[in-house]
Design a protein around this ligand. Structure first.
Ligand SMILES: [Zn+2]
Length: 500
């Protein structure tokens, strides 16, 4: 028996507090991930990458009993909501490519799970609804989601099986796509998976969600212990910068009977709730973080994570709090990747080895930070096509646009400057410019947790820095309007609805 399966993907993690929208252009262009791909391009251009759709397609190849119909893959760097135009485009392309492909037995979708559009707080649910309206209720649909999904009952109702990443940093994206495909084939073979879904009553800040540390390490190990042929449990920890009713962690169990699914979901929820106090993780202001880092002994750098200006969570990647803190004490430090297209352009115009006086950072105006006015020396220039070398994105290419390595003259501080927002999660974003970050005492990265995969093993310590940015990690109930009543703002935090 050969199954005809269609493959499509469209990823966006939406920060509803960020001002910039994700329009058609943002989905068409390359950034941390490839440009929009259609038809056979999807298979060719994602081959070998740690992407869910690449893992699902590779699994299909290995099985040999699946005829693959790749339709679409696209993503935009996290930002404010997806425009209605871009959302419509995604559905239009999937349906047009499906029609061109002819009849299929099932559809696999590589989605994020935290997409908010101008019209829909539950972007993925709305997309599934549109596809179901065209394809009918019976076509098996399998969906893989990001660990930061804000799971909704509607999405679960419209899909036949869902799998969710189990690592943060997301080292298992391709594996999660492959896992989804295997469950989807089980559905095609007649397996019935009853879902059970439970939402937790507290938000977890993202810097506390890393799965290499407590309590997530144990929570995710427990999910693997639940895997069996007829049942499994997954867990999304939620994306806190989405002011929507479904924001927050949730568990999702599937089993052959509704009773077993419920019992598995209840147990997973109990484990998650029991771990609530363990999610309390410190944030340190930029000056104190730099001072603390300079006293830490050991080998390798201290990584200072500028967690609230992470472009991978919708940040502008151009705030200057940590940069100013480095300069104030003349620390031997490097910061990356700071997005400032004007500064990058001026560096290219000045030329390699030249000095120039200019303003750096804070161009987006999303925060109150002042830009850095200083003399800079242009140490390196690049077109910004950077092959990733770390485990998470290895095999892919970052598209930074015109970019440069700058030295702040009169200090020991250097900065990697880009024209496109790209999360500083891979050492290649520094080594491409001739700098091995593990040789620099203090390394500032605009990343919340993904940097840990490539930087932490060689570092003498990590500090999560609380500087300006549109991705709040210190959760504040007064910012939200649409959460579920009673939600706690972080582990054992204040309750939403009591002070707004
Ligand atoms: Zn994620």
């Amino acid at each position: 028996m050969t199954w005809r399966i269609a493959f499509a993907g469209a990823q966006h993690e939406t920060n509803t507090f960020a001002p910039n929208l994700a329009g058609v252009q943002e989905f068409l262009m390359a950034d941390s991930w490839p440009r929009l791909l259609q038809g056979q391009e999807v298979a060719h251009e994602t081959h070998g990458m740690n992407l869910p759709i690449a893992g699902a397609l590779a699994e299909a190849q290995v099985r040999g009993d699946i005829l693959c119909h790749p339709l679409l893959w696209c993503a935009a760097e996290p930002s404010g909501p997806v425009t209605d135009d871009a959302f419509d485009m995604i559905g239009d392309i999937i349906l047009a490519e499906l029609e061109a492909a002819g009849p299929v037995d099932a559809l696999y979708l590589d989605l994020h799970g935290a997409m908010v559009t101008q019209s829909f707080p539950d972007g993925e649910g709305a997309l599934l609804e549109r596809l179901r309206a065209e394809l009918g209720p019976d076509l098996p649909i399998g969906v893989s989601l990001d660990l930061h999904a804000n799971l909704s009952a509607r999405l679960i109702e419209l899909a036949d099986c869902i799998t969710i990443y189990r690592t943060y940093p997301h080292l298992d994206m391709a594996a999660t796509g492959a896992r989804c495909l295997r469950r989807l084939v089980q559905v095609l073979e007649g397996e019935v998976f009853h879902p059970a879904f439970r939402q937790a009553p507290f938000l977890v800040p993202l810097h506390a969600q890393a799965t290499g540390m407590a309590p997530c390490d144990a929570l995710y190990r427990a999910l693997e212990d639940c895997d069996s042929v007829g049942s499994y449990v997954d867990m999304a920890l939620g994306f806190t910068a989405a002011d929507i009713a479904d924001c927050g962690p949730a568990v999702l169990a599937y089993a052959n009977t509704p009773e077993l699914a419920s019992s598995l979901a209840e147990s997973a929820l109990a484990r998650l709730c029991q771990a609530e106090p363990l999610f309390q993780t410190q944030l340190v202001d930029a000056r104190s973080a730099v001072a603390k880092a300079q006293t830490m002994s050991g080998h390798g750098p201290v990584i200072l994570a500028d967690v609230q200006d992470n472009p991978g969570a919708g940040g502008a990647s151009d705030t200057t709090g940590l940069l100013h803190a480095f300069i104030e004490v003349n620390a031997e430090a490097i910061l990356g990747v700071l997005c400032d297209p004007e500064a990058a352009q001026q560096a290219h115009a000045a030329g390699l080895g030249q000095d120039l006086y200019m303003s750096l950072g804070a161009g987006s105006g999303t925060c109150d930070d002042p830009p850095l006015h200083a003399d800079f020396k242009v140490l390196q220039l690049s077109d910004g096509q950077v092959p990733y070398s770390g485990e998470m994105y290895g095999g892919g290419i970052a598209s930074l646009g015109p970019s440069a390595l700058l030295h702040v003259v009169g200090t020991q501080v250097r900065v990697v400057v880009s024209s496109v927002r790209v999360q500083g999660l891979d050492r290649a974003l520094f080594t491409h410019f001739g700098i091995e970050p593990l040789d620099i005492p203090l390394v500032g990265v605009k990343s919340t947790a993904h940097f840990r995969a490539d930087f932490e093993p060689g570092a003498r310590g990590v500090i999560c820095v609380e500087a300006s940015g549109v991705f709040p990690c210190r959760l504040d109930a007064s910012r939200y309007r649409c959460l579920r009543p009673g939600m706690r703002m972080g582990p054992l935090g204040p309750i939403f609805g009591q002070n707004v």
